[in-house]
Ligand binder design. Structure first.
Ligand code: PEP
Ligand code: MN
Length: 353
């Protein structure tokens, strides 16, 4: 993939690239007031949802095309670029007709290849940056498929937005970050800029700063943060919107660690990590070998592969042990489950041979 920079003229090439504005455009006054404050805080790209894909009917589904002239006014008055979510061919056409500078594709749309193709077809011959949010479900291939559809339409200014993934039990986050997914995307497509959306990941104001910091520490390129002149009055996503003033505070507080510093110490530490990874792999291989020996034993004695009691015991004991060692139980549980699953798979293979 040969991509071009998503940075438009006048936007500095430095981390983080910031996009901010309300979840939804609600009124000309709300849009203009928010935009003026953001411009004062030095924000260069203004976002606003015009068409809102809501999970259930009856919620605020966006002000629609009548809000587009408000965005034109934002541009004229503040000089900010404007960004809008598009989900259909009609949205693309209307946004372009109103001089919108950047388009983004929402998580529900990315998950639908038909919708993605329709948008891609509408973009043939157009030169505009397009930001593609991750699909609601944690499916990297589906995300990459959406990126490829836009690329195949001839768009070269492509970026992605990590907004977390839906999960059934929402505890801390509205959408689970599952950082390994955008990190794997970076490994697969290193030139693709990644923007983090802490507003939709966290779902609450107090999570915006820590999530933004985490995204910067992971080397993400930008942040898209919802802001509203009166967050508590917002017609959509009010719990996660912040004032332009709070945004300014957060942006001035997050620490951008300089990548160009001397990497000598880092090299030594990385060597140690490489070494430990080698040891981990060897241990895993050894564990699997023993598990195969157990399979032979089970086969000879006509025992079932899975012994639930034993599995429970291993999990409970090891998770406790890991927690005593200062690790998160959830983290170790995922690893142990994966190891156990592979072990069962190998044993089944052997026994059924
Ligand atoms: C939004 O950005 O307001 C939005 C609808 O986000 P998402 O597609 O990530 O849910
Ligand atoms: Mn929103």
């Amino acid at each position: 993939m040969k991509l071009e920079s998503i940075l438009l003229p006048g936007i500095e090439n430095k981390r983080p690239l910031v996009i901010s504005g309300p979840c939804s455009a609600e009124s000309e006054e709300q849009v203009m007031k928010t935009a003026r404050e953001l411009a004062k805080a030095g924000i260069k790209i203004f976002r606003a949802g015009i068409w809102k894909p809501r999970t259930k009917p009856g919620g605020f589904e966006g002000i629609g095309a009548i809000g587009l002239p408000w965005l034109q006014k934002v541009k004229e008055e503040t000089g900010m670029y404007t960004a809008v979510e598009v989900a259909t061919k009609g949205h693309v056409e209307e946004a372009l007709a109103h001089g919108v500078d950047i388009l983004w594709i929402g998580a529900r749309t990315t998950a639908n290849p038909f919708a993605m193709q329709e948008i891609a077809d509408a973009l043939v011959g157009v030169d505009i940056p397009v930001l593609i949010k991750n699909p609601v479900n944690p499916d990297l291939e589906l995300w990459i498929g959406a990126i490829e559809r836009i690329y195949n339409a001839g768009i070269r200014k492509i970026g992605v937005i990590h907004r977390g993934f839906s999960s059934y039990d929402k505890k801390v986050y509205r959408n689970l970050p599952q950082w390994h997914i955008p990190i794997e995307l970076r490994r697969r497509m290193p030139s693709l800029p990644i923007i983090c959306d802490p507003s939709h990941i966290g779902g609450k104001r107090e999570l915006i700063a820590p999530l933004s910091q985490q995204a910067m520490d992971l080397g993400f390129d930008g942040l898209i943060i919802e802001s509203h002149i009166c967050p508590d009055c917002a017609w959509s996503d009010k719990d996660q919107q912040i004032t332009p003033e709070s945004l300014d505070v957060i942006l001035n507080t997050i620490v951008i660690r300089d990548e160009t510093q001397s990497t000598e110490n880092l090299t030594t530490l990385r060597r140690q990590i490489d070494d430990l990874d080698d040891q981990l792999l060897e241990l895993l291989a050894k564990r699997l070998r023993i598990s195969k020996e157990i399979a032979v034993f089970k086969k000879e004695h006509s025992m079932p592969v899975l012994q639930t009691g034993r599995y429970d015991e291993i999990m409970t004991k090891r998770i406790k042990q890991a927690e005593d060692m200062g690790m998160h139980g959830d983290f170790v549980k995922i690893i142990l489950e994966a190891i156990h699953e592979e072990s069962v798979r190998t044993q089944l293979d052997l026994i059924n041979k």
